[in-house]
Ligand binder design. Structure first.
Ligand code: COA
Length: 137
């Protein structure tokens, strides 16, 4: 499921004339938080784990990046989200993989203790269908 698109600006560029890896990680963490909110009726989530973060190709200023998610696991108080970031080139309609990673988000109450996730089943279904449409399985 496509969650968001952003444009990389000159001000985001670090060494090597490419997007700084930490900037990309922060953007992915934000997308994980947005996704957790969209998929549930819980008010707060914390990131508990990030894994398998791979930078496939560098991103340059002026490029549009897309954040696609799939729900890899629905737990009791946590959800595991697979995030794939691609550069989208609107003139050619071409896409290129740039970063991927897995984020585990935990629903927490007002004192930041884990609480059960109140799933929005229609959103979970929509995410599954979008994933199938992209990957054909
Ligand atoms: C998130 C947090 C509240 C979970 O507390 P906890 O005592 O581990 O809670 P629990 O043992 O009940 O686990 C809660 C859920 O997290 C999952 N979890 C905990 N540690 C995990 C880990 N290392 N990897 C994957 N999942 C993990 C558990 O499996 C459980 O999921 P489930 O209910 O779907 O099975 C606590 O670890 C925390 O506050 N961490 C800091 C979060 C934070 O500050 N993030 C921002 C980073 S700057």
């Amino acid at each position: 499921m496509l969650i968001s698109r952003e444009m990389v600006l000159d001000q985001d560029i670090g060494l090597n004339a490419t997007l700084f890896g930490g900037d990309m990680m922060a953007r992915m963490d934000k997308v994980a938080g947005i996704t957790a909110a969209l998929m549930s009726r819980n008010r707060r989530f914390l990131t508990v784990k990030v894994s398998e973060l791979v930078f496939h190709s560098p991103v340059r200023a002026g490029e549009i990046i897309e954040f696609h998610i799939a729900i890899a696991r629905q737990g009791r108080t946590s959800m595991t989200l697979q995030i794939e970031v691609q550069v989208y080139e609107p003139v050619s309609d071409q896409r290129r993989d740039v970063t991927s990673g897995e984020f585990v988000m935990v629903a927490v109450n007002e004192v930041l203790n884990a609480e059960p996730i109140l799933w929005k089943s229609e959103m979970v279904q929509a995410a599954k269908e979008a994933h199938r449409a992209r990957h054909g399985s």
